[in-house]
Design a protein around this ligand. Structure first.
Ligand code: DAH
Length: 339
């Protein structure tokens, strides 16, 4: 380092200390060097106290040189601290924090619900399969007999990535993806995430889970569908639960229906959960529309089948008395640990 004033006889001392400063590799060591040389008991202070013994005509130079030495070393130390601080990673560990190791994680209620529903369908002979979350408008709409003008395709009701791609709004997409790959029979359920830009409130979220189901074979009837879905609702909600079907409309099934179960809180008598009508809507279903079969080259002379779709969050909320869908995604351990 270039010095502003000469330091005369202190040159050697300067060289020694300067080398030590240069060698510091961590900012924690700076204080040690500082107190060794520049602190109250440091060697420079001893030199200052020797001033008294210096002959009067040399005092001024001695003082100036010693001050120059001290200031230069201080500046070097400050610069060293700056360079070390910028290169050192912050210390992230707080060793006083309680260990995380003693709090093992567990399966999320939604994963458990999906597993429980899937198991019921597996015992009925259904396989489990999955489809992609980024879909084309063909699989999400056209292939499912949802016309170009249908309100469900609106830009503000879907997460479009461009005019042909979107985050799927339903798991019905998997119907087409499976059926186009092979000949019937098919019997599968397909759980997964779906996305809709709904305003978030106690019963809406911009992402949720559905399970789609499909059964296609020779002579599959509406009665088969009723049997399978009754098995599901009794298996999942309990034997005492009654089911009923209401006519409905879905573009990809004909005829279509919605299934309600008798309210699990009031047993059908009427309460706030069932809005005092005794029934809770749990899923949509129907016989697969011939227009869908024709897209995937399934011969409707030979085969028939049914499909259904249910919302996992809704069903878990009904079963466990959860009143706000947001609880699933906040991941507050106090909520999750209850299940
Ligand atoms: N995809 C429908 C929805 O998101 C649910 C549904 C209804 C699926 C009827 C089906 C079905 O397979 O047959 O609202």
């Amino acid at each position: 380092m270039a010095l502003q004033f000469t330091i005369g006889k202190f040159q050697e001392l300067y060289n020694t200390i300067s080398k030590e400063i240069e060698a510091i590799s961590h900012s924690n060591d700076v204080d040690y060097i500082k107190s060794k040389y520049l602190g109250r008991k440091g060697s420079l202070n001893n030199l200052f106290s020797e001033m008294a013994k210096i002959p009067p005509n040399e005092k001024k130079t001695f003082g100036q040189e010693l001050n120059t030495l001290k200031n230069s070393l201080n500046t070097e130390l400050e610069n060293k601290v700056k360079t070390l601080k910028t290169s050192e990673a912050p210390i992230l560990f707080d060793f006083s924090r309680p260990s995380l190791i003693n709090t093992p994680g567990s399966r999320h209620l939604l994963s458990k619900t999906i597993a429980e529903i899937s198991r019921i369908f597996e015992t009925l002979g259904f396989n489990i399969c999955e489809g992609p979350e980024i879909e084309t408008t063909y699989y999400n709409f056209d292939g499912l007999n949802i016309p170009e003008t249908h309100a469900a395709r609106d830009f503000k009701d879907n997460f479009y990535l461009d005019d042909k791609l979107l985050l799927r709004s339903q798991t019905s997409t998997v119907q087409l993806r499976v059926m186009e790959q092979s000949e019937p029979p098919y019997r599968f359920v397909s759980p997964g995430r779906v996305y809709r830009p709904d305003a978030v409130d106690a019963s809406h979220y911009f992402m949720f889970h559905q399970i789609e189901g499909v059964a296609v074979d020779k002579d599959v009837t509406f009665g088969d569908m009723k049997y399978v879905l009754r098995q599901f609702s009794e298996g999942f909600f309990g034997k005492d639960v009654k089911t009923r079907m209401r006519p409905h409309f879905f573009p990809f099934t004909e005829p279509s229906a919605e299934i309600d179960i008798s309210c699990i809180i009031c047993n059908g008598k009427g309460c706030p959960l069932c809005k005092h009508n005794g029934w809770l809507e749990v899923l949509g279903c129907g016989m697969i529309d011939p227009n869908v079969f024709s897209k995937v080259q399934v011969n409707t002379e030979k085969y028939s089948g049914f499909a259904f779709g249910l919302g996992v969050e809704r069903i878990a909320m009904l079963k466990h008395g959860i009143s706000d869908i947001r609880l699933f995604f906040e991941n507050d351990a106090r909520f999750l640990q209850q299940f």
